[in-house]
Design a protein. Structure first.
Length: 248
């Protein structure tokens, strides 16, 4: 199961960052985990992405915490957002997530902590990701399916930041080394990470991709940047499953 592959053993705040599968990580964990689960974001999500949860829409911290705690007594899956703008729902300030974690200590609080505009790779700006202080695990997501594609705005969010980190140019073919560099660089996907750091490589994985995952795991281990494990995963939505785990 994905939770076991990540090494997620106890309730707490789990922040998902990066690109190419964050929402699937959140949805799959929410489906797998035993006990109370709260889904939220410190950015925005599409309304349809939280259809399967009891939805709290309150823009006041104390009222929201109280409502979530009350709902969790009746049903195990709750989502809390501050409001809605057209097809998107607005996430919470990180301090609200911290307050919720104190008030419902037995809940898994799954937080989508940055956006990627449906791209496969990204690098964060200086103001993101927005990770609550009480975060126990940060899951950094990159999509191995980007390998072999040309670097472009269509597959890479904040292209100018990515190319600066990996020392490549738009139009260059993406390699496993590029993905590994985004994982280990101080301004890569784990910028501002808290708690245990886990790199999750999403996307369909044939023989070439599976070998690339092994190479990335070796690169990350050698970099000694505090990433505890590398997980390869396939599937979408609440059907994401781990296909390989490398404990570093």
């Amino acid at each position: 199961m994905l939770k076991d592959a990540l090494g997620l053993k106890q309730p707490g705040v789990v922040a998902c960052v990066g690109a190419g599968g964050k929402t699937s990580v959140v949805q799959s964990l929410a489906a797998e985990l035993d006990g109370a689960v709260v889904v939220t974001s410190t950015t925005k999500m599409f309304c349809r992405q939280v259809d399967n949860y009891a939805l709290v829409m309150l823009d006041h911290c104390s009222d929201g915490v109280a409502e979530v705690a009350k709902l969790l007594l009746k049903q195990p899956r709750v989502a809390w957002f501050a409001g809605q703008v057209r097809e998107k729902i607005i996430g919470l300030p990180p301090e609200w997530v911290d307050k919720l974690a104190v008030c419902v200590p037995d809940a898994y609080i799954l937080v989508e902590a940055d956006g990627a505009r449906r791209c496969l790779l990204k690098a964060p700006s200086c103001s993101e990701p927005v990770i609550p202080e009480r975060t126990a695990m940060t899951v950094g997501v990159l999509n191995i399916g980007a390998m072999g594609q040309m670097l472009s705005p269509e597959n890479t969010h904040r292209l100018e930041l990515v190319t600066a980190i990996i020392q490549r140019q738009p139009g260059d073919r993406i390699t496993w080394q590029d993905i590994a560099r985004l994982a280990v660089h101080p301004q890569g996907i784990f910028q501002y990470a808290r708690g245990t750091k886990v790199l999750l490589l999403s996307g369909n994985q044939g023989p070439v991709a599976r070998q690339a995952v092994k190479e990335i795991a070796g690169y990350v281990k050698a970099a000694q940047v505090g990433i505890e494990r590398v997980v390869a995963a396939t599937g979408y939505g609440d059907a994401m499953r781990a296909s390989a785990v490398f404990v570093l």
